[in-house]
Design a protein around this ligand. Sequence first.
Ligand code: ADP
Length: 209
Amino acid sequence: MSYIVALTGGIGSGKSTVAESFSRHGVSIVDADIIARQVVAPGEQALEELGKRFGTSIILADGSLNRPALRERIFSNPIEKEWVNKLLHPIIHSRTQHLIALAKTPYVVWVVPLLIENGLQTQADRILVVDVEPQIQLSRTMLRDGVDRQQAESIIAAQVSREKRLACADDIIDNSGDPQTIEPRVAQLHRQYLKLAAGENRQDIAKHD
Ligand code: ADP
């Protein structure tokens, strides 16, 4: 089993940018957002279950999930929200474990935007936070997603605070400068994670002796 480095950070902080940099070092990346989309893709059992519960209004004509419609149905309904979480979280968890187990690298970077919001910290060996101040987060999100200030602000407000996130960090990447400035930091962390992963493997071997 690979050593798991959870990479988290607020919207627009630079998680994808940092993950790309790790993948240039040959590190396997497991992306929680991609997994969350895959488990409700057309043909998946979970999508069928959602259709049975909420009706065809949450399925689009092409057979895919109508995310805004589902979000609306569960937004102010904690019971339904809980039902959806109970359905999807175990499936997401087992797929994540499966993908991590398939990884051939000593450690994997698990990109997980809502690590802290969803209480997943214990599923990682190490927590790496990409950090920028909220003003930068705001302007980069507006530019990337073409959303207005109010929309970007409300997404940021719905996420855990910068302080809480930083309090969970083992390591921090400051991404407020030029994108190139993260490269030496990622290279340094890569060396550190290889060492930590090697130590972990030795412990695993010792446990089985
Ligand atoms: P996240 O995955 O955390 O939402 P991204 O990696 O997509 O964030 O970065 C958000 C946006 O900011 C993207 O358009 C990205 O190209 C840009 N970006 C990332 N890092 C920097 C940086 N250091 N300077 C300027 N723009 C950046």
